[in-house]
Design a protein around this ligand. Structure first.
Ligand code: NAD
Length: 349
């Protein structure tokens, strides 16, 4: 297939692009290259003749129309978004703009392309990639299914929920062939060093305090990013139109458990400074911090035959090894001025 991937220079998008090219698809990557993007994530595909890059903002309708007309994709995989919850607390405007207005603009461009019925547009499909955070928070038991009511709690998750609703409505109202997926927390190589797992690895390596929000009791379901990329390519090629699919790793863990496991891996793989768990510091909790997310992924398993292939133990080991072996990748981000400072406390005062 010829895939138009938005946000392909980000963490998950670049994993999708690398796998799509390896699987034989053609890709046009549409990315505005915000702070979260990193063209180095795509070094291994940059010279491939099935790969093309368009530096375009998804809020720019004229540019999107040009990209659709030029590349005539079979499908859109829409990942471009502002994605960091703490940033959404400090400054929600970018999240409303990109995640809601940007998705609306992309839907309209896709509708014009599909409705035009020309070229590849005939068998077109639009895959919207979203998060389990749209469902809000769970208590100690229960799982999010595809029919769980939406109840987002952060500006980030509210903006993603809004975008999900727009995509569904464009399917129902305008007949745009849409499919959606909602995934749990991803981790793995190329994760921007402001998210929990890379922060823990890099702080442990530097002998800096490892901040843990609240008591670290918040539970997340973790999925290795390459398993998510495989799931997304399964959904875009085989998913039933009009459906949504929950994607998860069947790997629930509290934040403090994740942090302790990474510290133990660091003790083993980089013993200088061990024991690394002495660096753990409990800090003020994130405002509105959801207690627990957990995914029931039985629909995608049963219907599309996808399941995670990397366990949490194995995935964490691979991730720590990747950060230890790829210092130039994260050092370049730090040299661009990205500080490992705590975000998301402005609202808490
Ligand atoms: P990311 O922040 O690493 O990457 C986002 C990419 O989108 C960047 O390359 C950025 O330049 C691009 N982008 C941002 N605004 C843009 C705009 N206006 N126009 C064009 N490009 C723009 O994000 P990620 O963690 O890779 O997440 C990708 C998608 O997956 C998001 O939609 C997110 O909501 C969803 N998701 C993420 C997770 C997770 O754990 N990270 C889990 C489930 C779903």
């Amino acid at each position: 297939m010829k895939l138009l991937v938005t946000g392909g220079a980000g963490f998950i998008g670049s994993a999708v692009v690398r796998k799509a090219i390896a699987d034989g698809h053609a890709v046009v990557n549409v990315d505005a290259l915000t702070y979260a993007a990193n063209p180095a994530n795509l070094d291994e595909v940059a010279g491939n003749d099935r790969y093309a890059f368009e530096q375009v903002d998804i809020r720019d309708r004229a540019e999107l129309d040009r990209v659709f007309a030029t590349h005539e994709p079979d499908a859109v995989m829409h990942l471009a978004a502002e994605s960091h919850v703490d940033r959404s607390i400090d400054g929600p405007a970018d999240f409303i703009d990109t995640n809601i207005v940007g998705t609306y603009t992309l839907l309209e461009a896709a509708r014009a392309y599909h409705g035009g019925g020309h070229g590849r547009g005939r068998d077109f499909r639009f895959h919207h990639i979203s998060t389990d955070e749209v469902f809000g928070t769970l208590g100690e038991t229960g799982l999010f299914s595809e029919t769980t009511p939406y109840s987002p709690n952060s500006p980030y998750s509210a903006s993603k929920a809004a975008s999900d609703h727009l995509v569904r409505a464009w399917g129902e109202t305008y007949g745009l062939p849409v499919v959606l997926s909602n995934c749990s927390n991803n981790y793995g190589p190329y994760h921007f060093p402001e998210k929990l797992i890379p922060v823990v690895i890099l702080n442990a390596l530097a002998g800096r305090e490892i901040p843990v929000y609240g008591q670290g009791i918040n539970v997340r379901d973790w999925l290795y990013v390459e398993d998510h990329a495989a799931a997304l390519l399964t959904v875009v090629t085989k998913g039933r139109l009009g459906e949504s699919y929950n994607i998860g790793g069947d790997a629930e863990a509290t934040n403090i458990d994740i942090v302790r496991r990474i510290c133990a891996l660091m003790d083993e793989m980089n013993p200088t400074g061990a024991p690394h768990d002495r660096l753990i510091t409990f800090v003020k909790d994130r405002p509105g911090h959801d207690l627990r997310y957990a995914i029931d992924a039985s629909k995608i398993r049963a219907e599309l035959g996808w399941e995670p292939s990397v366990t949490l133990d194995e995935g964490l080991r691979r991730t720590v090894a990747w950060y230890l072996e790829n210092r130039p990748w994260w050092q370049a981000i730090q040299e661009r001025g990205h500080k490992l400072e705590r975000l998301g406390l402005k609202a808490a005062g």
